[in-house]
Design a protein around this ligand. Structure first.
Ligand code: SF4
Length: 342
C-alpha cells in the first residue's frame, strides 16, 4: 500500500486498499465515516479502528485535506475561499448562507477550457482538473463545513469536462457512508457536454442545470461555444426524455442581458423549447466582465420573463445575485487570481 490520500476515495476503494491486510468492509465504512461525516483531518483521531489498521493507515495513508489560503467576506455574508494545490493549481470556493440553507459552491477545475466570453474563469485559462479529493476538500475544509446542507458544482470549471472525478464526488456526497446529503441537494451546472450529460443522468440522482442563455443556436454559440459541438436542442431533448425519480430537478440557467437575449422573440422561443416538460428556468442577472458594455436586464424584465414562463406552465424563478462585491457571483470566479507558477 503506497502513501495515499484517503479523502476522495469511495468506501469500496478504501476496502480495496485494506482487504489484502485482512480488514473488512465494516472497517472501510468506519474510515469513510471519519473522513466524511466526522471530517477528521488526522488519522490518529479516527475512532473505533483496530490498532493494526490504524498503524497501517498512519504509515501508508493520510486524509489529504488541506486548508484554504485566503478568504474574503461579502456584505451579504457569502464567503469566497482561495485554495491552491501542492502543484500550484488555484481555484475558488464560495459559501452561501441563506436562512436554514447553507450552500457550498465548489470548483471542479482550475480555470476552464470552455471559453464562454461572459465568464472570468474561462479567461483565466485552463490549469487542470481537480481530483475527487480536491473537490471534496472544499466541502470539508471551510469553517462552516458542519453546516452544509447543499452542494452546487457551479464554481470554476465545467464539471462534465471532468466527469470521472465529479461523479465520484457526487457519490461521496450522497452515500450513506459519505456525507449522506440528499441527491436533491446536490446540483451540477454544465454547458451540456452531451456524452457526459447522458452518463451523469444515468449514474446519479443529483440535479442538473444546463447553461442555456439563448434559445437560438446561432446566438448561443456566441455565448456558449460548446453549442458548436453539442447543440442545446439535443441536450434539451435528452432532458425531456429522461426518466426522473421524484424530486430530481432539471433546470436551465438563463443569464439575462439587456437587449441581447431578453426580447419578446427570445421569450416566445424559450417557452416553445420547454413547454410541456418538467424543466425549470432559473433567470439570473448579468455581471459585466472585462469592462464589456453589456448590462443586465432590469428586475422588471426578469419578472416579466418569469411571469410569462409560469403562465405557460413552466416553473421559473429569478435568482438573486450573491457575492458580486467580492467577485464570487456567477461568472466572476478567478477575477482576482494571477497565474501561479508554484
Ligand atoms: S461559464 Fe462555466 S463552462 Fe463557461 S467558461 Fe465559465 S466556468 Fe467554464
Amino acid at each position: 500500500m503506497d502513501v495515499k490520500n484517503l479523502g476522495g476515495l469511495t468506501a469500496s476503494e478504501i476496502f480495496e486498499l485494506i482487504e489484502p491486510f485482512k480488514f473488512t468492509y465494516s472497517h472501510a465504512l468506519s474510515i469513510a465515516n471519519s473522513l466524511y461525516k466526522k471530517k477528521l483531518k488526522a488519522i490518529s483521531d479516527f475512532p473505533k479502528l483496530p490498532l493494526k489498521l490504524k498503524d497501517l493507515l498512519l504509515t501508508n495513508g493520510r486524509p489529504g485535506y488541506f486548508p484554504f489560503l485566503e478568504s474574503v467576506i461579502s456584505e451579504d455574508k457569502s464567503v469566497k475561499y482561495l485554495f491552491r494545490t501542492s502543484d500550484g493549481r488555484q481555484y475558488e470556493t464560495v459559501y452561501l448562507p441563506d436562512g436554514k440553507r447553507h450552500t457550498v459552491c465548489v470548483s471542479t477545475q482550475s480555470g476552464c477550457r470552455m471559453g464562454c466570453p461572459f465568464c472570468v474563469s474561462g479567461s483565466y485559462g485552463f490549469h487542470g482538473n481537480l481530483t475527487t479529493g480536491e473537490i471534496i476538500n472544499q466541502v470539508v475544509s471551510i469553517p462552516y463545513a458542519n453546516n452544509i446542507t447543499h452542494v452546487v458544482f457551479m464554481g470554476m470549471g465545467e464539471p462534465l469536462d471532468n466527469p470521472e472525478n465529479v461523479l465520484k464526488a457526487c457519490e461521496i456526497l450522497t452515500a450513506e457512508w459519505g456525507f449522506a446529503l440528499s441527491p436533491r441537494n446536490v446540483t451540477i451546472s454544465t454547458v451540456g457536454l452531451l456524452p457526459a450529460v447522458k452518463l451523469f443522468l444515468s449514474k446519479t440522482d443529483c440535479n442538473l442545470t444546463l447553461s442555456l442563455h439563448s434559445p437560438f443556436a446561432l446566438e448561443r454559440k456566441q455565448m456558449v461555444p460548446a453549442e458548436n459541438k453539442y447543440p442545446s436542442a439535443d441536450i434539451i431533448r435528452i432532458l425531456r426524455e429522461a426518466k426522473l425519480k421524484k424530486g430530481r430537478r432539471l433546470t436551465v440557467a438563463y443569464i439575462m442581458i439587456s437587449g441581447l437575449n431578453d426580447t419578446e422573440r427570445h421569450l416566445e422561443e424559450l417557452i416553445y423549447m420547454l413547454k410541456g416538460s418538467s424543466i425549470r428556468v432559473n433567470l439570473l442577472p448579468y455581471h459585466a466582465v472585462n469592462d464589456d458594455n453589456k448590462i443586465s436586464s432590469s428586475p422588471e424584465k426578469m419578472q416579466y420573463f418569469k411571469h410569462n414562463l409560469i403562465i405557460s406552465g413552466i416553473s421559473a424563478s429569478v435568482r438573486k445575485s450573491r457575492g458580486a462585491d467580492i467577485s464570487a457571483a456567477c461568472g466572476l470566479l478567478a477575477a482576482g487570481l494571477k497565474i501561479n507558477s508554484k
